[in-house]
Design a protein around this ligand. Sequence first.
Ligand code: UGA
Length: 447
Amino acid sequence: MKIAIIGTGYVGLVSGADFANRGHQVTCVDINEARIEGLKQGVMPISEVGLPELVAAGVKAGMLEFSLDARAAIAEAEIVFCCVGTPLADDGRADCGMIYEVARTFGESITKPTVLVNKSTVPVGTAMKCEEIIKKELQNRKMLDSRPRVLALRGDPFFAVVSNPEFLSQGTAVRDTANPSRLIIGSDDAWAIAQMELVNASFITAGVPKIVMSRASAELAKCAANAFLATKISFINEIANLCELVGANVDDIAASMGLDKRIGPAFLNAGIGYGGGCIPKDTAALIATGHDVGYEFKILPAVQAVNESQRRILYTKLCEFMPERAGKRIAVWGLAFKPGTDDVRSAPSLQIVQNLLADGAEMIAYDPTAQKNAAGLLPQLKFAKTPLEAVQEADALLICTEWPEFAELSLEKIAEMMSNKLIIDGRGVYRNVERPNNVKYWTVGCG
Ligand code: UGA
C-alpha cells in the first residue's frame, strides 16, 4: 500500500521503516528540515538498536523515502499515519495541537479515499475531533456532501479516522514494532477496518492478536496500559522501601511475585522511579481526562506521589552519608531515563545532578549514549569517556541507569579508583553481588 507517515520520532520513523521492509511504499514526513536532510544522508535522529540498518534496507529497496512536503505525501497515500508528539501541557493535559494540524493538512490534501490513523498517544475524543476538522476542510473544498459513502462516486475523497495506538518501548523500538504484543484497531467503519487489516496483513498472518474496538476504547487502552505500568513500578518501589526497614531483599520478593501468572515478572524492578516521555505523561493525562468528565482517580495520584518521592531517594541518601557536599567530587553513572536510549526526558538523574550542582559538588557523569542530550540541559556537568574514568578520585558514585556494562565491572576495581568508597545504587545493579568490605554501599530495597 502507499503510506504517508507524519512525524519521524520513535513511533513514526520505526513504524515507517518497518512498513517499508514489509513491502509497502512509505514516505516519512517531518517539518524539521535538518532531521529530513539527515535521514536522506542516513543520519538517525534517535538512537535505537537496528534502526540504521532497517532504514538503509528500506531506502535501498526503493520503498522508503523522506520528505518535508506533507501535502504531496498525503495526496499520494492510501493510508496516513499520524505519529506526531503530544507533549504534556502545563495543565497536565496532552497537547494535541500538532495532531489537529495533521488533520487539517489531511483535509486540505486528500485526493481519493484515504484513512487517517492516529498512532500517537492521545486523550479520548481526539479521533472524533480530527474527523470534525477534516470534514470542515473538505466542506471548504466543496468536497463533502451528504451522499451515503456507498453511493459516493469512485475517487471521491471520503475518509475515516482510526485510532491505532502503538506500544513500542524506547531502546527496543525496532524489535517491538516487528513483534507487537497486540494490534488495536479503533474504528466502527468497515472500509477503514479492512484497510487497516490490509496494511497490517503480515502481522495478522503471523498471529499477532487483533482487537477491533471503538475509537474511544482504543484511545483509552493505550493510556490505561501505561498508567498500569506506572502503578506496578510505584507498588514495587513501596515494597522496596518497606524491605529496607524490615531487612528483606526486594529482588527476592519481585521474583516470587513474578512467578504468579496473574502478576507476571515485568515492571517489578525497584529503583529510583519511572521517567521518559510516555509513562509520566500518560499517567498525568489519564488523571486529567478523568477530571474533565467528573471522575477523580484515587490510585493514580498516589502512584505519582510515590514516584516523586522515589526520584528524590538517591539525593536524600547521599545527604545522610555526606552531610557536606560542597567541593566533593561525585560520579554519576547513567543519565538516560532507562538503558538502551539516549533520551533524558523526565530522567530521575537530571534532578539529582541539579541538586548536587546547587550544593557545590563537582559532578562528573558517564552515559554511553545520553551525554550529548544531558549536556544541553546541564552545562555545569562534566563528562567522562568511560565509567572508570568517572569514578577516578571520586568521593561517591551514584548509579541512575542500569546500563548492562556497569554490572560487568568489578567492584574491587571501582573501589580501588575512588578516594572515598561510597556507592549509592539507584537501580540495584550490585544489589545481589558480593561486595568488598571497604565499600560503603546502599541500594533501594535491600535491608
Ligand atoms: C512505555 C511503555 O512501556 C510502552 O509500552 C509504551 O508504548 C511507551 O511507553 C509509549 O507510550 O510510547 P518507554 O517510555 O519506552 O515505554 O519506557 P519503559 O520501558 O516503560 O520505562 C519507563 C520508566 O520506568 C523508565 O524510567 C524505567 O527505568 C522505569 N522502570 C521500568 C522501572 O523503574 N522499573 C521497572 O520495573 C520498569
